[in-house]
Design a protein around this ligand. Structure first.
Ligand SMILES: [Zn+2]
Length: 405
């Protein structure tokens, strides 16, 4: 019976002495099972009782609106060996595996809060656990450090980096493990120093394993990544390259629309060639004939799209070189502008063909993060937002210590 009770309330490391129920609070008095402790100075096992300390009161669990509190009897022991040596009294007190030192809650309680926060709001958790916001914040801070991140158990070969916006102006970098499809961290700001700090603190063995980092076409962190992860190849995300080509195409189209007072439908330029309906094909041909610089840019974009489908690096590289050489011969300013981008990112574009890695997963995470932000209307504090978001994504098994299993 007692075992069953202990298991249910996760009190395996204690003897249960007494239980009292007072309204919605159950107070369980427990004492340690051990006869003594290891002396904190010499490490010997000591059993000479010095005195009983004032019992610790800690929050231990909440269960259907009831709070379970522990009253933990704590003892102080005395070490003869150490006293013999230097005549001072060496006192060691009971340590409880499931209750952190200087905290007024147990690890079971912290886990419950963390688990709950993965699926509900701070406010709900606060009400359920009858605790203060500060305690929840403290529990979160103990568990999750964004500058360290939460790394998977497996090896990370491809890492993704992509920024998303928080409260309008602020951009936050998202780091993902593309290999195991998992969020690693969200950094509190997008400064180079913060990104550098994060990369620097990745353990050496992990750094060794990271073979590539997938980014969008942003030069800001380029040198930092090269320096901190010298073994990794930088891959520029394929979708961003196509998106950039589409953006330049769209700019030129609107420019022509404005100067020539014509209507050039956006949709037929954005659509992949193979999805165009016969009438759209005709319209596009007409427009491209009338505006050769637009037609040229459009065919460059389509050629890029074709290249990205080539399943072999050598062939892709060949096609890429043919395309860029052709572009070099163009007199049209828009084509030369696209060429400039392609040449600048040539190595990173071609690096895609090593493993065909994209930032699709990272982008997916950022889209889901937007939903989280919307659902928990307004995080004013960026740290709380990050920790909450990490909780929502990271498997709970990686966050919880295996202290009682
Ligand atoms: Zn000792």
């Amino acid at each position: 019976m007692e075992n069953c009770f202990k298991k249910m309330f996760k009190l395996q490391e204690f003897h249960v002495e007494n239980t009292e129920i007072n309204g919605k609070v159950m107070l369980i008095t427990v004492r340690p099972k051990t006869k003594g402790v290891h002396c904190r100075d010499c490490g010997r096992y000591v059993t000479t009782l010095n005195r009983h300390l004032k019992p610790r009161r800690v929050k231990h669990m909440f269960w259907q609106g009831n709070l379970i509190m522990l009253r933990v009897k704590t003892r102080a022991f005395f070490c003869w060996w150490c006293q013999k040596k230097d005549r001072r009294r060496h006192i060691t007190t009971d340590r409880h595996k499931s209750i952190p030192l200087n905290k007024n809650y147990s690890l079971v309680y912290a886990d419950q809060i963390i688990k709950g926060l993965g699926s509900t709001s701070f406010k709900t958790q606060q009400d359920l656990a009858e605790t203060s916001f500060t305690t929840i914040q403290q529990i979160l801070n103990d568990k999750i450090n964004p500058l360290v991140g939460v790394w998977p158990e497996g090896i990370v070969i491809s890492m993704g980096l992509d920024c998303h916006s928080f409260s309008g102006q602020k951009m936050l970098p998202t780091f993902t493990d593309i290999t195991n499809r998992q969020l690693i961290s969200i950094l509190p700001d997008d400064s180079r120093i913060t990104v550098e700090k994060f990369l620097q603190d990745i353990p050496a063995a992990r750094k060794e394993a990271i073979t590539e980092v997938c980014i969008d076409m942003d030069r800001r962190y380029y040198q930092t990544i090269k320096r901190e992860l010298p073994r990794a190849t930088i891959v520029v995300d394929a979708f961003h390259v196509i998106a950039e080509a589409n953006r330049q195409l769209s700019n030129l189209r609107t420019l022509i629309q404005g100067t020539d007072k014509v209507k050039l439908p956006k949709v037929i330029f954005d659509k992949p060639k193979e999805h165009l309906k016969p009438n759209e094909r005709v319209a596009l041909n007409e427009i491209n004939k009338a505006y050769p610089e637009l037609g040229e840019l459009w065919s460059c974009k389509e050629e890029l799209r074709r290249i990205y489908k080539i399943p072999n690096k050598t062939l892709a590289e060949l096609s890429f070189n043919i395309l860029t050489n052709k572009m070099k011969g163009s007199n049209h300013q828009p084509t030369r502008q696209l060429l400039k981008m392609l040449m600048r990112w040539q190595n990173e574009i071609l690096a895609y063909f090593d493993r065909f890695t994209t930032n699709g997963y990272t982008e997916g995470v950022n889209t889901k993060l937007k939903t989280i932000k919307r659902l928990s209307y307004g995080f004013r504090n960026v740290d709380n937002y990050i920790r909450k978001a990490l909780l929502a994504f990271i498997p709970i098994s990686l966050l919880l210590p295996h202290h009682l299993t």
